[in-house]
Design a protein. Structure first.
Length: 357
């Protein structure tokens, strides 16, 4: 029996896939996300599984992998393509190599084009394949950076993925429209970029004129993923928070969610680092918050109690993340950023004060 779960990261629209052999309980995780590792660990433990492998379809540009964390916390081995360029992995698989978990296995099928090391993982009975950013549902990954090559992608899809059985289900690395799965037959018939009747010149012209913006996280994600997700401050990752359910971000600070803060406002000090007009502006502020604009923070440390946990807040969570890093560097031991800032707080319909008309 195969156990299968499809998981989603909303921030990067990334799919992560958990597969396990129902007899041995050995599991493999495909394309993990750094911030979602606590979720993955909880699921693995609840299901009574042992994570054997954390594998990557490619070096991602839109999120940081959780592979390093999974190895550190669960003892999983990291597996990447020998052509990925990544360092720090335990297994560098070649085209056609089998990755075993219990009595099941995935075959690594080289499908370059999005990046030079892209891989599609095909389940042993060829009923499922995990295509990463090669084939998406009615689309495909971009080919304009990281060794991208339209001709290589065209060959990967038509000569390799489309050679799988028509009924083989294809699970992509991302989806931005709410779709979850497709099939070889569907993509042959309906994929507007790579369908069976579309020629290489048509595809190349399509890809060269997409006009997509540069990925927002590429400057952080690619260097990190070339290290299999090892953070810049690995010593921080293992520190268990004891005052709130915190998540450690790859950028090097702790975050907490609005729901917890609403229930524990009196147990912490909330430091809002926006400007005064924002503090009493359209988003309002959290009851009891102390206004300390980010530009004044280093010179206002004496107004913050070092013995009480600090939660930093701003509009979106960006400036307050920097504030959390500053306070950590200044010796504040219990500091966390409010994930998503006031935008997320308001989206959860949580109470505010000082809202401008």
């Amino acid at each position: 029996m195969l156990l299968f779960r499809q998981l989603f990261d909303q921030q990067s629209s990334t799919y992560t896939y958990l597969l396990a052999d129902g007899v041995s309980r050995e599991a493999v995780l495909i394309d993990s996300v750094f911030e979602q590792v606590p979720r993955e660990i909880a699921l693995i433990e609840e299901l009574g599984l042992r994570l054997k492998l954390a594998v990557e379809t490619h070096v991602h540009a839109d999120h940081v992998t959780g592979a390093w964390l999974l190895r550190r916390r669960l003892g999983a081995r990291i597996a990447v393509s020998e052509k990925s360029g990544a360092t720090g992995a335990d297994i560098y698989f070649a085209d056609g190599e089998q990755l075993h978990f219990g009595g099941r296995y995935l075959t690594a099928m080289a499908t370059p084009g999005h990046t030079g090391g892209c891989t599609t993982f095909v389940l042993d009975d060829r009923s499922m394949a995990f295509t990463g950013d090669c084939v998406l549902i009615r689309g495909c990954g971009r080919t304009d950076f990281q060794q991208g090559d339209p001709a290589a992608m065209y060959g990967s899809v038509h000569d390799r993925i489309f050679a799988l059985p028509d009924e083989c289900l294809l699970y992509p690395g991302h989806d931005y429209h709410g779709s979850m799965v497709t099939s070889v037959a569907e993509e042959k018939l309906h994929n507007p970029r790579l369908g069976a009747g579309i020629g290489l010149d048509d595809f190349r012209g399509y890809m060269l004129n997409l006009g997509l913006p540069h990925p927002k996280q590429i400057d952080i994600a690619v260097p990190a993923n070339l290290r299999c997700g090892e953070p810049a401050r690995p010593e921080m990752e293992g520190v268990p928070p004891d005052w709130a359910p915190l998540t450690y971000t790859y950028a090097g600070f702790w975050e907490l969610q609005p729901g917890w803060l609403e229930e524990h406002r009196k147990d912490v000090q909330i430091v809002d680092v926006r400007e005064p007009d924002e503090f009493d502006g359209i988003l309002g502020h959290i009851e009891g918050a102390k206004l300390v604009p980010l530009g004044e923070l280093k010179n206002s440390l004496d107004v913050i109690d070092r013995h009480k946990p600090v939660v930093t807040v701003c509009r979106s969570g960006a400036r307050s993340a920097q504030a959390a890093i500053i306070l950590d560097a200044q010796g504040f031991e219990r500091v966390a950023n409010l994930a998503g800032g006031m935008l997320r707080w308001r989206s959860h319909r949580l109470p505010v004060e000082g809202v401008a008309d």
